[in-house]
Design a protein around this ligand. Structure first.
Ligand SMILES: Cc1cc2nc3c(=O)[nH]c(=O)nc-3n(C[C@H](O)[C@H](O)[C@H](O)COP(=O)(O)OP(=O)(O)OC[C@H]3O[C@@H](n4cnc5c(N)ncnc54)[C@H](O)[C@@H]3O)c2cc1C
Length: 345
């Protein structure tokens, strides 16, 4: 269940579109402050954190690539939580193969006509305003060119389809979004024609993956804190579990991976905030933090013995969330390809 009503509460606190400048309704802060906020939310619920994070992807795409008029029209409503946002990129043909989109965006007299289906879209059933990408022609090399459209709330032909039943991140809704003869106006084009891939890659590469890394840092911290609490309270052999060297080793490994992931994350977001491209750095932290969060939740479960698999404790949910974070925003294999590509260039 996604507690949709919380968007307005986060908006009132200035926590939506935290990186948007105040003239468009944001807090005027950066990717770093956004990651701090998402880490705090994910310490308790990565599921709701991904709903907030994805909402911000619509705001980030408009903020970084929109016209002045688009920013004025949409950002204040996204920052207040009056509108919920979503970003529809992934298709049944595969999220990794971003350039191969079957969705079509055709230019016509009224603007742009769009048809297609997207899968695994966060906020699919609750988003008011969606950003879509689709194929809008081929370039001189014969490769598909993508464009991006802002789909205003209530546009006829846009609907939500199948709702997924996920292993983790269950505090968010994920599913299909479907466009059937969706007619957008000429002013709904985001960026230039053919800029869709660059918009998606910049937005997911910075705002998406740093967000998922922040959830993973939150889960890592949660794994440490839950292990510390349990090991101090649980008495075996007449003394707290925390006195056993084997248990201390598990806690130490969790703490070390938490500190490493947090340091990588906040270093990468600081690089972006000072105006540099941080795609490879963020890919590295996304890979490390999502995989480390799985290891850490497992260690805490081990430390808890049988209690670790009882659902009255949050650690099982943390593990399911940690697993679901891995493919979101790009798989571990794709993160390694980005990191290697940057090192080898
Ligand atoms: C919880 C959740 C929320 C999501 N939210 C959104 C959203 O809001 N918007 C959105 O657009 N998408 C969203 N996604 C989709 C996500 O971005 C994709 O799942 C992801 O990019 C992977 O795509 P895929 O699932 O189609 O896997 P595929 O691309 O089919 O990959 C299958 C396997 O092939 C591997 N692979 C692919 N290419 C290569 C290669 N070149 N070399 C080596 N191995 C390769 C992958 O690593 C993976 O192991 C979400 C996904 C999840 C799980």
């Amino acid at each position: 269940h996604c507690p949709k009503e919380l968007f307005k509460v986060f908006g009132e606190q200035g926590l939506l579109g935290i990186f948007v400048s105040p003239e468009f309704g944001g807090a005027g802060l950066g990717l770093t402050e956004r990651a701090i906020m998402l880490e705090e939310v994910a310490r308790h619920s990565s599921g709701f954190a991904i709903a907030l994070m994805t909402h911000d992807l619509a705001a980030a795409a408009i903020y970084n690539f929109g016209t002045e008029a688009q920013k004025k029209q949409w950002l204040p409503k996204l920052c207040s939580g009056e509108l919920i946002g979503g970003l529809s990129v992934t298709e049944p043909t595969g999220g990794s193969d971003l350039g191969n989109q079957a969705t079509t965006i055709e230019k016509n007299e009224a603007g742009y006509l769009m048809n297609g289906r997207k899968v695994f879209i966060t906020n699919s059933h609750i988003a008011d305003l969606n950003i879509w990408t689709g194929t809008s022609g081929v370039n001189e090399k014969g490769r598909k060119m993508l464009s991006a459209l802002i789909i205003p709330p209530g546009t006829p032909g846009l609907s939500a389809g199948r709702k997924e039943n996920k292993l983790g991140l269950r505090g968010s809704v994920t599913g299909d979004t479907i466009a059937k003869d969706v007619q957008c106006g000429p002013d709904d084009l985001l960026g230039k024609e053919g800029a869709g891939a660059a918009i998606a890659l910049h937005t997911i590469g910075h705002f998406g993956r740093s967000g998922i890394s922040a959830f993973s840092v939150g889960i890592l911290r949660g794994s440490v804190e839950e292990a510390v609490k349990f090991s101090k309270e649980r008495i075996i052999y007449g003394k707290p579990l925390a006195k056993l060297a084997e248990m201390q080793a598990l806690i130490a490994e969790n703490q070390i991976e938490y500190e490493a992931a947090a340091a990588m994350l906040y270093n990468a977001t600081a690089i972006y905030d000072r105006g540099e491209d941080a795609t490879p750095r963020i890919a590295a932290v996304k890979y490390f933090s999502t995989e480390a969060a799985i290891r850490a939740t497992r260690r805490t479960m081990d430390l808890m013995g049988g209690y670790g698999v009882m659902n009255e404790y949050p650690i099982g949910r943390f593990l399911r969330d940690a697993l679901a974070n891995v493919p979101s925003g790009g798989t571990s294999q794709i993160m390694r390809i980005i990191v290697a590509g940057n090192v080898l260039k």
